[in-house]
Design a protein around this ligand. Sequence first.
Ligand code: TYD
Length: 206
Amino acid sequence: MFITFEGLDYSGKSTQVQLLADRLTLQDHRVLILREPGGTDIGEKIRKLLLDKNNDGMTEASELFLFSASRSQLIQEVVRPALDGGMVVICDRYYDSTTAYQGYGRGIPLDVIHAINRYATGSLAPDVTFFLDIPIREIEKRMHSAKTNKDRMESNGIEFYERVRNGFLQLAKTESRYCIIDGLQPIDDLHDIIWHHLTEILVPQK
Ligand code: TYD
């Protein structure tokens, strides 16, 4: 089973990815957690290029190709073999992030984005995608209190985030694999909603 988590920066995805993986492991599933961009030797090098604030001259096309290049490595080297081996793969971001950030956020035409997404992944779609939705003002709050240096992608400004969030909501309207979750709820409640969705909807169909 291939599960993806999507959301804006600071939406709490990584916490939920870990909680879900722990619970599935307790139930004797073999689980692999992955994070994009990265997850392979080549992918980690690409990740550094993408997030480095010194690379402020990066073109939108370069950014699109680099995210997609990292993903292509991850799918071929890690995801496909793991799925073929019967593992549950949970990915913190996948090609919907490219649609939302590079497509809706940067304004690259969606037909270009979709074609590249398909090509980079051999059209491997997730079985289920959890979108943790939080309002932009909450992201601003979390960014301020995190006090870490913003990476290149986090330095894009509020209007960019509005477009990205709208992109995810548009995707959720058209893709039946989507489960939108109100990310402002307490961590344990979010986990329960995710678990319920997974067990009630997906597992019985297996
Ligand atoms: P990361 O530190 O992994 O952030 P997060 O914990 O929020 O996932 O940085 C990844 C950044 O790259 C994040 O700002 C989202 C962005 N991104 C894209 O713009 N396009 C993509 O295809 C992917 C996978 C990520």
